[in-house]
Design a protein around this ligand. Sequence first.
Ligand SMILES: NC(=O)c1ccc[n+]([C@@H]2O[C@H](COP(=O)([O-])OP(=O)(O)OC[C@H]3O[C@@H](n4cnc5c(N)ncnc54)[C@H](O)[C@@H]3O)[C@@H](O)[C@H]2O)c1
Length: 374
Amino acid sequence: MAPTTLHLRSEDKPLEHRSALTPTTAKALIQAGYVVNVEKSPVRIFDDEEFSAVGATLVPTGSWREAPKEHIIVGLKELPEETFPLKHVHVQFAHCYKQQSGWDTVLARFPRGGGTLLDLEFLQDPASGRRVAAFGYQAGFSGSALALKNWAWQLTHPGGEPLPGVESYPNEDALIADVKKDLAAGQEKAGRLPRVIVIGALGRCGRGAVDLCLKAGLPTEQILKWDMAETAKGGPFKEIAESDIFVNCIYLSSKIPHFVNVDSLKAPGRQLSVVCDVSADTTNPHNPIPIYTVATTFSKPTVPVDGLDNPPVSVISIDHLPSLLPRESSESFSNDLLPYLLKLNDWQNDPVWAGAYKLFQEKVATLPKEALEN
Ligand SMILES: NC(=O)c1ccc[n+]([C@@H]2O[C@H](COP(=O)([O-])OP(=O)(O)OC[C@H]3O[C@@H](n4cnc5c(N)ncnc54)[C@H](O)[C@@H]3O)[C@@H](O)[C@H]2O)c1
């Protein structure tokens, strides 16, 4: 039987430096008998040569369109906005299963061309129902980093100007060095280190959030690690107002009492000046942190909370935090995905991929007829 060829796309979004395959996972796939074609990429955090060094074949940027039909196209984020029908099996995040705007046009391209979407967001272990690979850890890690930077920034810029834009870091060490430097400057002004509360501390994002604080040099007793047990009594929680920084990392699955709201934060004795809402359920009506309404970005990381001063409170609500650490995010995601990537040569008979295919078929069945006719 001919070996299965995987074709790694170059991502299309200009600020997307992450990659679904890394040199490490490409090497493992090649050793297992796969052919790995890697599009040359001007944006990927890994150099093209890192892939050729492990035996991958470099192919032109965007060449997935002309790849033989049986090649499996692997990418991370959405395809470029085009309309031609898709003939390949695509492994990626397509963001078209939750009725997002334009979902029908995006999804219809697959059945129109006889192609298949195996969406990475819905790759689940059938026994536990948990996602097999997600970007949570680096999201929490990056969110905590920005929160500590913002705490220090507020102290060193009492005039109230907001934290300037940030760019992705080449690696984790560079981020930690930067946070340590800022934290030292903040500590000098405050005469102490901040107290941080992480809620959802036992989850992927939460573990990342706690680890960043530790790696930045906060003693463990400065970090309150809360999860279900601690919030069971129902908020709002004075422990949040009494902390300097609140990093929210919960997976919100139902309506719960507010963790904080503007009224609870108006009570005297508040220390809190930074919230990083890693969960970023910004527009969800059950958002347990109803103190802001917009998603922030790397270029404008914070939004102030109206009605709170002395000290002012600002919120970080970036919904693409893992992109701050594209190298480690890619490594960790692709490593978690590797056992399943290794099954792609017989994906129809693997329960995880078959589950993704079943979902694809179910979603295609909901497409309006007009979408299939274009
Ligand atoms: N901002 C970003 O860039 C970004 C990136 C990745 C994930 N996320 C989001 O972060 C959230 C968490 O993702 P995850 O992968 O860490 O999930 P997870 O399931 O691994 O962890 C969630 C944790 O929250 C806890 N939890 C749930 N409800 C709680 C409550 N009421 N009180 C206290 N703890 C509670 C759970 O017990 C669990 O430990 C998700 O909403 C996800 O979409 C955001």
